[in-house]
Design a protein around this ligand. Structure first.
Ligand SMILES: CC(C)(COP(=O)(O)OP(=O)(O)OC[C@H]1O[C@@H](n2cnc3c(N)ncnc32)[C@H](O)[C@@H]1OP(=O)(O)O)[C@@H](O)C(=O)NCCC(=O)NCCS
Length: 216
């Protein structure tokens, strides 16, 4: 039985990069990745660079168990309205075909974010990856992670939080935390050039991705 008192919630640092990357590469299986049957070579062109980017943000967190092993992460970035363009400048040539499918979908989900959040909001904290090891899930770790560092986020100028939730667990989590849905895309409507569904989600109860926002 897991008790939150035995866990350490800490700021993630550059020294955690290897352990976090390995943890996610091995265990993080978002439903879209499962639907595409993503393999190591597909994950390696997305995961390490995302982890590195989030570790440069002082709001990213790790959770360690009594043995000091990282068992959960919340990887965060900060975004400003005026930097809108640079968000989508990822070099597709360096990605595998499956990774491109993920990036295109996420760009579609989040590309018009600044039109969807209130006009007075110019700086947002984005939860990129929240992951809790299965044996530690459902003990309130993710909820505690999202309630931490909010004052620090405000001090850095963040006026709200945004995140895209692609699995039923994370959607329930965010809705229970008061996030509002500003956009949703059903997987059955996201088609390739031949009209075929790209993400045939079978192992998750949700039929859509949601982009959510909550004011700070
Ligand atoms: C989503 C995830 C981060 C939740 O972490 P967690 O520490 O287990 O979540 P919590 O215990 O804080 O749960 C908070 C709320 O989330 C929702 N929730 C979490 N797990 C759920 C589940 N299995 N089924 C339904 N709702 C769930 C519930 O509303 C829950 O509140 P409740 O327990 O009072 O009903 C975790 O399940 C996970 O890492 N999943 C795999 C990766 C993933 O989907 N990440 C998000 C996409 S980036």
């Amino acid at each position: 039985m897991c008790s939150l008192d035995d866990l350490k919630f800490e700021k993630a640092t550059a020294e955690d990069e290897k352990e976090i990357t390995e943890l996610l590469m091995k265990n993080f299986k978002p439903p879209m990745g499962v639907a595409l049957n993503m393999e190591h070579e597909d994950m390696i062109c997305l995961c390490p660079s995302s982890v590195r980017r989030c570790l440069s943000c002082p709001l990213s967190m790790v959770v360690r168990n009594a043995e000091g092993k990282i068992i959960a992460v919340q990887l965060v970035t900060i975004h400003n309205r005026q930097d809108e363009q640079e968000e989508h400048d990822r070099n597709e040539a360096a990605l595998t075909e499956k990774a491109v499918k993920i990036v295109k979908f996420m760009t579609h989900m989040e590309g018009d974010l600044w039109q969807l959040v209130p006009l007075d909001v110019n700086c947002l904290m984005r939860f990129n990856i929240t992951f809790v090891m299965p044996e530690y899930q459902r003990h309130g770790i993710a909820r505690r992670l999202s309630s931490m560092r909010l004052d620090a986020a405000k001090q850095l100028g963040c006026q709200g939080i945004t995140t895209t939730s692609i699995s039923i667990k994370s959607q329930k989590l965010r809705l229970s935390e008061g996030f509002e849905v500003v956009k949703e895309v059903k997987y059955k409507d996201w088609l390739d050039e031949n009209g075929k569904v790209i993400f045939d989600i079978k192992d998750d109860e949700t039929d859509r991705s949601i982009l959510t926002f909550k004011r700070l």
